[in-house]
Design a protein around this ligand. Structure first.
Ligand SMILES: C[S@@+](CC[C@H](N)C(=O)[O-])C[C@H]1O[C@@H](n2cnc3c(N)ncnc32)[C@H](O)[C@@H]1O
Length: 257
């Protein structure tokens, strides 16, 4: 019953979202959105975003989110940043992981998405969460961070490499970054890739982003400790650790919990 309600809500939200996205198609040829376009798009999507995201949760997005948060291995008292936090589905799990003595900072450029996140924070009574309206490309990371999370957030940011580099530089030695999102799946027939694009188009996704590979930025700037794909290779999760002076000298991978 709950599943049916979620699907119905998601379908209604999706239809609305489609109409809004089509109306706001400033980029009819599907180009890369600049910050103002991304902000405007997500401001419009904000009221229906969670309803539509419910369908993605059924497809396993929630599991992926939880894995990403778990992979950060946060402890009570830690400080973590959530980049492109949106309406804040990860803020609760992050806040619980760092406990009342820890701190979570959610960053997003859309005031509309942050308003939804603020409601969520209030509803869940999360006293250790702070929300910042900023472009992740300009965000001043606090020093000595224990974890940075970016879930479905960097695949539309043209300077993702510089963002990952700055995030890793802000981590304490051994601190972790977990990045996940959509990727162009290998080996899919063209029609299936097009269909995937169509389904995600209301979120601003287009073929213009196919060359964006944030997981490679994690590999470049951190010691990759895990990489995993899901949904037949259309989604990835990449986890990196900030180098520690006496850490292991070469890359190693670990199984997921
Ligand atoms: C697809 S939503 C994902 C939200 C959330 N992480 C989740 O998993 O539901 C992408 C979010 O990234 C934000 N965003 C996009 N580009 C950004 C940028 N350059 N700086 C900050 N936030 C950005 C959007 O406003 C939006 O809230």
């Amino acid at each position: 019953m709950k599943r049916t309600t979620t699907l119905l809500l998601a379908a209604a939200g999706g239809a609305l979202l489609w109409r809004r996205a089509r109306r706001s198609a400033d980029d009819p040829d599907g180009g890369v959105l600049d910050a103002d376009e991304a902000r405007a798009l997500y401001d419009r999507l904000a009221p229906v975003y969670d309803g539509v995201a419910g369908a993605y949760a059924l497809l396993g997005a929630r599991r992926l989110h939880n894995r990403a948060v778990g992979a950060l291995r946060l402890r009570p008292g830690d400080t973590a940043v959530s980049l492109g936090c949106g309406t804040g589905p990860n803020l609760g799990p992050l806040a619980r992981a760092v406990g009342p003595t820890g701190r979570v900072v959610g960053v997003d450029l859309s005031a509309g998405m942050l308003a939804q996140a603020r409601d969520r924070v209030r509803r869940l009574g999360l006293d250790n969460v702070e929300l910042v309206r900023a472009d992740v490309r300009e965000f001043a990371f606090p020093e000595g961070l224990d974890g940075v999370l970016a879930v479905f957030a960097l695949e539309m940011v043209p300077d993702y490499d510089a963002v990952v580099a700055r995030a890793v530089a802000a981590l304490r030695p051994g601190g972790r970054i977990a990045v996940s999102g959509l990727r162009r799946p290998d080996g899919w027939p063209e029609w299936a890739v097009r269909l995937g694009e169509l389904v995600n188009r209301p979120f601003g996704v287009s073929r213009a982003y196919e060359s964006f590979r944030p997981w490679e930025a994690v590999r470049r700037h951190a010691r990759e400790v895990a990489y995993r794909e899901a949904v037949l290779g259309a989604v990835y999760l990449s986890v990196g650790e900030a180098p520690s002076p006496d850490g292991p000298p070469r890359q190693h991978r670990e199984p997921y919990a």
